[in-house]
Design a protein around this ligand. Structure first.
Ligand code: SF4
Length: 503
């Protein structure tokens, strides 16, 4: 019997034929990243709100293919298509493919019953590959005999502000893709035929890894594919910020994977430093220049880090979709005499933490002294957002931003160790520059990065969390955020050459 390929599989084929083959024949090799998992979760949240927005009267029917089984779901979809109620997750199969439509709304075309089909995405723009998605969806539905009046794609409007009281009108922005989707039938027929040919192959297709492995989706088979490729000891992929056209062409088009084959002439200063440091195995450190830059910022100094949470569908009034809202900060303070102290705030109540956090931050930071952060874009943007939300604190918050000094910029300009592998994240720089076992992120018992901190927040604020779970998570989050700012203090000491201070 001929297999039918789901829309997801056809889109996997569009990304990479080998990915389709692996999805079918070796699905156990897939390792979804926490980003992929987070985007699945966001998709579910947005789907739930879309059902309320498109069916305010609550008359629609939801088809649950997991609970009902594939054949029963298709049969119930067919039956419901004879009614005039909204249908969610209606399934169709035709022409060797199958697809489930997020939203089907009854409409009229030429006086006859037809359907308005809407795909709902949790992203904040109309991405090109959604056009393929809509074309497949329209092809399968129409070939299954469903009269379509229109095809649209709805995505999140990132500028929309949640007014509260469960009012989500305006969260989604719709784009009409009818003409385009209807006009691509022959392309879809070709994709389906080619995808079936790949699916029938006995052996894994040959395909090297490259930029297609993360576009448009992060491919969960990357570890598997890389394990089958010879790995260079000096990967060209470690070069930072590959922007020049020449260098891009060399790596992406000519397939140069080894730093030894990259001529110095196509590299900028920082890339050259990475190349030489990698090939010689020696660290680069311009201690004099780093210390001179930091000497301009006198003690007392502050070392600040936020942990944030974001929701595709906002839960707190006055916030936007995907806005990163701080729920925790850690702050180390180094006095004029070199005495170190620490304060922190962590709100796991599940209520909007922003106002209390802004107040505590202003109180703790005083009015003078540099505020060191690692990667200033992040902290500055959060502080600007707090200033926008709370006009009464605006001046005080913006004044904090004026005092921010980015330690990452000092690291990028003056330090590189081969173990950084092309990255200047604090998790790479800190163990290289200050090899103290107390500063190791991988020795933390729980939360070890920002993504894990977000998951921990969700877990701790869930109504299902037990008291002991909450206490454990609280301890893990406090330890993690403390390490971020204490690590910054030690990096500051390393870069400024202040070995006279016992910190
Ligand atoms: S990792 Fe890259 S090459 Fe391997 S299946 Fe995925 S997209 Fe294809």
């Amino acid at each position: 019997m001929m297999r039918t390929l789901s829309k997801t599989k056809l889109l996997a084929y569009r990304q990479c034929p080998k990915r389709l083959w692996l999805e079918i024949h070796r699905p156990e090799l897939r390792q979804d990243s926490s980003t992929t998992q987070a985007s699945f979760n966001a998709g579910h949240e947005v789907g739930r709100v879309a059902r309320r927005l498109y069916d305010p009267a609550g008359k629609g029917q939801l088809i649950d293919v997991m609970a009902e089984g594939f054949d029963a779901a298709l049969a119930r979809s067919r039956e419901l298509l004879g009614s005039s109620r909204p249908i969610f997750e209606a399934g169709f199969a035709a022409g060797g493919a199958q697809a489930f439509a997020d939203v089907m709304l009854p409409a009229k075309r030429g006086g006859k019953r037809a359907w308005r089909m809407i795909e709902v995405k949790s992203s904040t723009s109309l991405k090109d590959y959604y056009r393929d998605d809509a074309a497949i969806q329209a092809f399968v539905a129409r070939n299954a005999g469903v009269p379509l009046a229109s095809v649209a794609l709805a995505h999140i409007d990132s500028k929309w502000v949640y007014p509260g009281s469960e009012d989500y009108q305006g969260l989604l922005k719709e784009n009409d893709l009818t003409e385009e989707a209807f006009g691509r039938e022959s392309e879809v027929v070709e994709w389906i035929a080619n995808a079936h040919a790949i699916a029938r192959k006995r052996a894994e297709p040959k395909m090297g890894t490259g930029s297609h492995c993360s576009k448009p989706y992060e491919c969960g088979f990357l570890a598997h594919c890389q394990s089958r490729e010879p790995q260079s000891d000096y990967p060209a992929a470690w070069l930072p910020r590959i922007q020049s056209r020449k260098l891009k062409a060399l790596i992406d088009e000519e397939g140069v994977a080894d730093l030894r084959q990259v001529p110095d002439a196509v590299l900028n200063d920082r890339q050259l430093r990475v190349k030489h440091s990698t090939l010689t195995g020696k660290a680069y450190f311009d201690a004099e220049q780093a210390a001179a830059e930091l000497a301009a910022h006198k003690l007392p100094a502050y070392f600040l880090d936020f942990e944030t949470i974001l929701f595709a569908v906002p839960v707190w009034k006055g916030t936007r979709p995907y806005q990163q809202i701080p729920f925790q900060f850690s702050l180390h303070m180094l006095s004029r005499s070199g005495k170190l102290s620490h304060v922190s705030l962590l709100d796991l109540s599940g209520n909007d933490p922003a106002k209390a956090l802004a107040e505590a931050l202003i109180a703790a930071l005083g009015e003078r002294g540099p505020v060191f952060v690692y990667n200033e874009k992040f902290e500055k943007a959060r502080i600007n957002e707090l200033a926008e939300r709370f006009p009464r604190m605006r001046r005080a918050l913006l004044a904090i931003n004026e005092r921010i000094v980015d330690l990452m910029k000092i690291a990028e300009a003056h330090y590189y160790h081969p173990s950084q592998q092309g990255s200047w994240s604090i998790k790479k720089v800190l163990p290289a520059a200050v090899p103290d076992p107390r500063l190791r992120y991988d020795s933390l018992a729980g939360v070890q990065d920002g993504g894990m901190a977000m998951s921990a927040y969700i877990q701790a604020t869930s109504p299902a969390a037990s008291r002991s779970d909450k206490e454990r998570i609280e301890k893990e989050l406090l330890e993690y955020c403390w390490l971020d700012t204490y690590g910054m203090v030690r990096l500051w000491q390393f870069f400024s050459g202040r070995n006279d201070l016992a910190i």
